[in-house]
Design a protein around this ligand. Structure first.
Ligand code: HEM
Length: 153
């Protein structure tokens, strides 16, 4: 249940983040927050860079969710190796995206970096989707208990 909740939360958060990223790019507000990692007013959001601030905050939340999902996936004995692998790739992509996001700012929206940022975002989304699909295939805890054989007398 926990893995289902965590993976779905990661997927939904990532879906919203990709929309916000697309909006940041299409509306040309990518450099309204020209510093890294914080915006000019620190942790305080102001109107001049609210969309970019929102993109970074949702990115931090999403990365945390993806990494926590990986931690629980690796800890569980009942998760298949494919699920472990997809959650590790998704977490690697999350860390890559945050570093790439910094490079996008430092390099003033270099086209190659922005395109790679979009591509890695899609890799992250596919891997999170695969992790979620695996989570829904895991046997339910109560089913596992029900089929447990009685102890020999
Ligand atoms: C999990 C992390 C992240 C994901 C999945 C993500 C995803 C995206 C996507 C899909 C876009 C649209 C790209 C396009 O339309 O070509 C975008 C744009 C952008 N992202 Fe991220 N992002 C993440 C983290 C960050 C971080 C931490 C920063 C830090 C500054 C950042 C900075 C930007 C900027 C500046 C743009 C706009 C580029 C432009 O104006 O063309 N992103 N992001």
């Amino acid at each position: 249940m926990l893995l289902k909740t965590l993976s779905v939360a990661s997927l939904c958060s990532l879906f919203v983040l990709i929309f916000i990223g697309g909006y940041v790019s299409a509306s040309g507000v990518g450099l309204t927050c020209p510093h890294w990692p914080l915006c000019p007013a620190g942790l305080v959001p102001t109107n001049e860079f609210i969309i970019e601030y929102f993109h970074r905050s949702v990115a931090a939340t999403t990365a945390l969710l993806v990494i926590v999902t990986m931690a629980f996936t690796l800890r569980s004995k009942s998760t298949p190796s494919g699920m472990k692998m997809s959650s590790m790739i998704a977490s690697g992509a999350a860390i890559g995206q945050i570093s790439l996001g910094a490079a996008v700012i430092v390099e003033r929206l270099h086209a190659t970096l922005v395109t790679t940022h979009l591509g890695l975002g899609l890799v992250m989304f596919s891997m999170t989707l695969i992790t979620t699909m695996y989570a829904y295939k895991l046997p339910r805890e109560d089913t596992k208990k029900r089929i447990r054989l009685p102890e020999p007398k």
